[in-house]
Write a protein that binds this ligand. Structure first.
Ligand code: CA
Length: 161
């Protein structure tokens, strides 16, 4: 099935396939950029697929250092941050990003303890999703933090899809 081939390709690419982005951008006037910081390849691929389907232009990186560098781009409208990164403590990454960007920060973490939740809020998290998460939960939280700004063109896009 061609659809399955496309899905597999997206999962194996850290960055979204850019060929279709031009066509999608023409339909959706203001595609919001979402920076995804996640070291696990499978989870990064899943987040990328979910948020791309939710209308975001996803930029995915695997380390805290790359995430901080990418967060300096003012076009970033939403950031998802895995707290368990190999190179830096997630809360340190969060505070560094907070100094660079006003984009809402969505924490994604396997840790579910209340202490981590409170520490996350202290680090500037706008929302918190605990792994394993349902794709619909991630989609809803992302769209609540960063709603689509052009509903008319979004409707047009979905009618053509
Ligand atoms: Ca991780």
């Amino acid at each position: 099935m061609p659809a399955e081939c496309v899905t597999v390709a997206i999962f194996r690419q850290p960055t979204p396939y850019t060929g279709s982005k031009l066509a999608l951008g023409a339909l959706m006037e203001t595609q919001r950029v979402c920076l995804v910081i996640e070291d696990n390849d499978d989870i990064r691929g899943l987040i990328t697929v979910v948020l791309t389907r939710a209308g975001f232009d996803v930029r995915a990186v695997a380390t805290g250092a790359d995430g901080i560098a990418a967060a300096a781009d003012p076009s970033v409208a939403l950031i998802t941050l895995d707290l368990g990164l190999p190179d830096m403590d997630g809360h340190v990454v969060a505070r560094a990003i907070r100094a660079l960007s006003t984009a809402p920060l969505l924490f994604l973490t396997a840790r579910s303890e209340q202490d981590d939740h409170l520490a996350g809020m202290a680090s500037g998290a706008a929302a918190y999703v605990t792994k394993p998460f349902h794709p619909q939960e991630l989609r809803e939280v992302a769209l609540r933090l960063c709603p689509a700004t052009a509903p008319a063109t979004t409707d047009q896009a979905s009618q053509q899809a």
